[in-house]
Design a protein around this ligand. Structure first.
Ligand SMILES: NC(=O)C1=CN([C@@H]2O[C@H](COP(=O)(O)OP(=O)(O)OC[C@H]3O[C@@H](n4cnc5c(N)ncnc54)[C@H](O)[C@@H]3O)[C@@H](O)[C@H]2O)C=CC1
Ligand SMILES: CC(=O)C(=O)O
Ligand SMILES: [Mg+2]
Length: 612
């Protein structure tokens, strides 16, 4: 049947794009089982007839809004967050538009379920809760066919074909994916090696690109590189679904990752690779290796650094000081901790004109073995930049005199930091004595306990607020309820300094500019854009960052700043005016919205669905 029941509208602006029909040859049960196209009860009368859906669903036609009411009620009836998470995963697997419409409309409530902290549980219980696979599972024993496996995902990917009038659209029609979110699952949040379950962190991060920045869900590939696991609990679980082998390391690991990166470069040229939750020994090393090779970004290093810098810029706006005035203690000198230090350090150089050495000297970094010192033979990567001279600490008091290493409290006493950042996974390490000592020396202590999930936070913001008499400027990695100011009785809203507030916009800006890389300058431009919308700019008692629930609005600003910077640096590959309005419109046109688009029947369609 060739009946066209919706006239195709010319693609003219961001508001008309949702009317462009999708063409498909799928019918009946096959159509209902395709989550990209399935509308469930929202298939119109005409669509039901044309696509032979009648008989497969109950008679009444429901709007997307009505479907959302039903889905939300079902969501609410799930007795725990992990079951709510599983419900959302099923919904995503049944009806992509309904899933994203629901999540986008109730982002505040859905984020802690879809993302941190619940995603930690979803990852660790992946094999027990498994229903249907979402994403791409690349396992070491089947590496010989990795290219075919990736190609098979590309073949199955849904592709929009836009009308010819859309010259400046940023999507590359010949490339199936714009963003590849990949984890090797060794350092999931703060819960470590999770084997194949890490796929859920990739799919959650991918979902936030969609809900948080309007990236087309059909143009993101979520990947887990399964190279085995050193997590003994997973080995003990007979239901574990991954490669049951000790984690592969060394040359074999590097070879596998290289094969993956080269396949991405060849099959999806120009796509942005988003590294997520790689282990400490690989994260920075891989980023450095592949930055010059293809557009890539490490969320835990660069995304976390970016959101922490934005929160810092906002905090120093309140304290009326400069970045260069800060004395910063970073507790947990791993992937995120060093990413944050590097980002703030580079901004001290760029914004305040310090030399690199001067900027490095503003940091005291502490890891498992205490304050990082130059004499420590175990220093690695960026830790070398921040290690202190042994001479400097020779006369410092130690709580335990015979203990050679300087602990957090020793450092706080000696350094009198203005800022304390936690990325240690060491729950409650910022205890009352540490916080009170810090607060003795600074008027507005800046305290960022950023470890996730919630259970691992270095200090509960309510405690930090109480112990500083409400003077602390706080930002956390996971969501927390407001803390009561013990003096004024007013609620202090806690900023969520999670990389999810900025990576969607950074990614959107990079793909919208069709950039050959995500440069330091592009990231800093995104940070400035985020900092410029901080509520604390207007009111010093307001949170340091905008609410994560407003991330979609933030993402547009961040992406626009990124595109502009990419154009200035000459790495963009688009032909539009370098004017704010033109850039915003360019980005909006390419953003995906969770709305049902009309369907048209196309019998000759070979892969089941396509769009014009
Ligand atoms: N808020 C956010 O956006 C983000 C938060 N994070 C969180 O930061 C934490 C760390 O993540 P990564 O840096 O990726 O892990 P990582 O494993 O690379 O780094 C953790 C570091 O903390 C150190 N550490 C462990 N126990 C310690 C202790 N008792 N005292 C001092 N240092 C200790 C480890 O030796 C390691 O160097 C996790 O909880 C993660 O969820 C990570 C990325 C983004
Ligand atoms: C937020 C994030 O990326 C992490 O905790 O690893
Ligand atoms: Mg992460």
């Amino acid at each position: 049947m060739h009946r066209r029941f919706i006239q195709q509208k010319r693609f003219q602006s961001s508001s008309t794009k949702n009317l462009i029909p999708i063409r498909t040859s799928l019918k009946g049960a096959a159509l209902l089982q395709q989550p990209v196209l399935n509308k469930g009860s929202a298939f119109s009368r005409e669509e039901r007839e044309v696509f032979q859906v009648d008989g497969h669903i109950p008679y009444d036609v429901h709007s997307l809004e009505k479907q959302m009411v039903r889905a939300y009620a079902q969501f609410k009836r799930q007795p725990s967050n992990i079951l709510k998470h599983a419900f959302l995963a099923s919904l995503r697997d049944q009806n992509q538009v309904l899933f994203y419409a629901l999540v986008s409309n109730r982002l505040k409530e859905m984020l802690p379920v879809l993302y941190t902290p619940t995603v930690g549980e979803a990852v660790s219980q992946y094999s027990d809760l498994f229903r249907r696979p979402i994403g791409c599972f690349l396992s070491l024993p089947t590496a010989h066919s990795m290219k075919e496996q990736l190609q098979s995902h590309a073949n199955a990917a849904f592709r929009y074909k836009y009308p010819p009038g859309m010259k400046n659209h940023f999507l590359d029609q010949d490339r199936p994916f714009d963003i590849v979110v990949v984890t090797d699952s060794e350092g999931i949040l703060g819960i470590g090696d999770q084997g194949v379950g890490g796929i859920s962190i990739s799919t959650s991060k991918a979902a936030l690109y969609v809900a948080g920045a309007g990236v087309d869900p059909n143009r993101i590939l979520s990947v887990v590189l399964d190279v085995g696991t050193d997590n003994h609990a997973l080995f003990a679980n007979p239901l574990y679904m991954g490669y049951k082998h000790v984690r592969t390391r060394g040359v074999a690991y590097d070879h596998f990752v290289h094969q993956f990166m080269m396949n991405i470069k060849e099959l999806f040229p120009g796509a942005l690779v988003h590294f997520e939750d790689f282990g400490l020994n690989n994260a920075a090393r891989l980023l450095e290796t592949y930055k010059p090779v293809l557009p890539c970004f490490n969320d835990d290093i660069e995304g976390t650094g970016a959101v922490a810098l934005a929160a810092t810029m906002s905090a120093i706006g309140v304290t009326k000081s400069n970045l260069a005035d800060q004395r910063i203690v970073v507790f947990g000198a791993g992937t995120a901790g060093m990413g944050i230090a590097n980002q703030i350090r580079d901004a001290m150089v760029e914004i305040d004109g310090l030399t690199l050495e001067e900027a490095n000297s503003k940091f005291w970094c502490i890891d498992k073995d205490g304050l990082l010192l130059k004499s420590n033979p175990k220093l690695q990567g960026s830790q070398h930049d921040y290690a202190r001279d042994d001479e400097e600490v020779r006369d410092w008091n130690r709580e335990i005199q015979e203990q050679p290493n300087l602990r957090l409290l020793d450092v706080v006493k000696a350094v009198k930091p203005t800022m304390l950042v936690g990325c240690s996974t060491n729950a409650r390490a910022f205890n009352e004595e540490v916080i009170r000592t810090m607060a003795e020396h600074v008027e507005r202590p800046i305290i960022f306990p950023m470890s996730n999930p919630t259970s691992l936070v270095e200090v509960d913001p309510a405690d930090a607020n109480e112990w500083t008499d409400g003077r602390a400027l706080i930002a956390t990695g996971s969501p927390f309820p407001p803390a009561k100011n013990p003096i004024t009785g007013k609620d202090y809203f806690i900023a969520e300094a999670n990389n999810a507030l900025i990576y969607p916009g950074l990614g959107l800006g990079t793909i919208a500019s069709r950039s050959s890389k995500m440069s330091k300058g592009m990231i800093l431009a995104g940070v400035r854009a985020l900092a410029s919308v901080s509520p604390a700019l207007e009111d010093p008692d307001a949170p340091l960052l905008p609410d994560l629930a407003g991330v979609r609005k933030v993402s547009l600003q961040v992406a626009a700043a990124v595109v502009k910077q990419a154009m200035e640096e000459g790495v963009a590959n688009i032909n539009i005016k370098k004017d704010d309005d033109a850039i915003i419109e360019h980005i909006k046109v390419g953003m995906w919205d969770p709305v049902y688009r009309p369907l048209e029947y196309e019998p000759e369609d070979s892969n089941g669905y396509s769009s014009k």
